[in-house]
Write a protein that binds this ligand. Structure first.
Ligand SMILES: [Zn+2]
Length: 435
């Protein structure tokens, strides 16, 4: 029976006489005025990107032959780059307005459908701005919603970037919101709470089992200014607890991202073998050296610490200013030490209505070259995500994630806030005319 069915199948295919036209995806050629490929240090002028299906087939000089009847997208007046990668996002946050109840209201008042609708909108916003890949570092009480949003994108139900999901994140008792409620109340938490290495490993297993691509761990929580005027942050997990998580995640060939501001918590994150430090506001010289030795990634998320400060005469206002002051120094040290830096924003912590690419201006403002900043959001991030050569680069074999801007981002990095063309997985999502 099976043999017969197979034979019929072949007969039908060949009888149509159009086997090739039906099986090989159509070719699209993008004509790029200037091409920044995400990996090379110099841009190239007048290039052709051959796209077949969801991948780049080849890149050729502008004079190369284009087969007749090929769809050509003319971006000869634009700078063309790989789709951008934001390595620190929260699609399940909405820049919660404190006046409307802030973070707590998101968990206490918003049901899962409302939150999913907002996350759907966040994904569309990211794609519109040319971010074709996100490492989304925890759902803030929305469980495994990120894995399901990723599924909805993959099946074509909603538009959105390629997602790397961290699911619920892990912290300890006293180490995450919601807090400040009557102790009699059993309040929900924005992260999965563990105490002890056994619970830590179990939480990692649960999250990996439910589809986590990364594990996110909060290694510091509250922060304040001490009597000497120093920034202090409260440590959460012990080295033993973190080691259990890292050991488990690495066994699954997954990585661990550690939120860590400074001090004891940041040191434990490094001693526990984390793969990426998130924020890293204040990093000592010894810690910079340890990161270089261990190959730890640094995702600084600068911009979010330079806006929305509390009033100068308040405790929160003083803390906000102290955080920003040390952050700039740490970033410059990391640059000088040639640490592996990736672009990350914490968007969601800031409203999705704001430009994601604002982080570029902060990185360049603190001394990173525009090309290095672009690579932090393309090829460098793809390395961290174990996707080298597949995303974050315009090269044969890579996914066809292609964006374009008017103007030269190497002269004015701000033009990346105005992405006019977006192709994701070979499909054009946005193509605005040049003004
Ligand atoms: Zn974050």
């Amino acid at each position: 029976m099976r043999k017969l069915a197979l034979a019929t199948c072949f007969l039908l295919l060949f009888a149509s006489g159009r086997v090739h036209a039906q099986t090989a995806p159509a070719l699209t050629v993008i004509r790029a005025g200037v091409l920044i490929d995400g990996a090379s240090d110099a841009p190239r002028k007048n290039q052709l990107i051959f796209v077949r299906g969801d991948r780049i087939e080849k890149i050729a000089d502008g004079s190369a032959q284009v087969p007749p009847d090929t769809k050509v997208i003319d971006l000869s007046a634009s700078t063309v780059l790989p789709g951008l990668i934001d390595s620190h996002t929260h699609i399940f946050l909405f820049g919660e307005d404190p006046a409307k109840g802030g973070y707590d209201a998101n968990i206490l008042n918003a049901g899962i459908s409302l939150r999913a609708a907002r996350a759907t909108s966040a994904c569309r916003r990211a794609l519109e701005q040319g971010f074709t890949t996100l490492r989304d570092v925890e759902t803030e009480g929305a469980g495994y919603g990120d894995v399901e949003i990723k599924q909805a994108i993959a099946e074509g139900t909603i538009p959105g970037p390629r997602l790397f999901c961290a699911t619920r994140a892990i912290s300890t008792t006293g180490g995450y919101n919601l807090e400040g409620y009557a102790p009699e109340l059993d309040m929900p938490k924005g992260a999965q709470i563990i105490d002890g290495p056994v619970q830590a490993r179990r939480a990692a297993r649960e999250q990996l089992d439910h589809g986590a691509d990364w594990i996110k761990v909060y290694m510091t929580h509250r922060s304040w200014i001490d009597k000497q005027g120093n920034l202090v942050s409260q440590p959460t997990l012990t080295v033993e607890e973190l080691r259990a998580i890292v050991d488990e995640a690495h066994g699954w060939q997954r990585k661990v991202a550690c939120h860590a501001y400074n001090g004891i918590g940041l040191q434990r994150a490094l001693d526990g073998g984390c793969d990426s430090i998130e924020h890293g506001l204040e990093i000592t010289d010894a810690q910079i050296a340890q990161m270089a030795r261990q190959g730890t990634w640094y995702c600084p998320t600068l911009a979010v610490y330079y806006t929305d400060w509390g009033r100068e005469d308040t405790a929160a206002g003083k803390r906000d200013r102290a955080r920003a002051a040390v952050h700039e120094i740490s970033f410059k040290k990391a640059l000088a030490a040639r640490l592996k830096i990736v672009f990350g924003t914490d968007i969601g912590g800031i409203p999705w209505t704001e430009p994601i690419a604002q982080e570029f201006s902060k990185m360049v403002g603190f001394g990173m070259s525009p090309m290095a900043a672009i690579q932090a959001a393309t090829s460098r991030a793809s390395e961290m995500l174990d996707m080298k050569g597949e995303i974050g680069v315009l090269a044969p074999g890579a996914y066809a994630d292609v964006i374009a801007v008017s103007g030269d981002p190497l002269k004015d990095i701000g033009v990346l806030e105005h992405v006019r063309f977006v192709m994701h997985d070979g499909a054009v999502f946005k193509n605005e005319p040049t003004k």
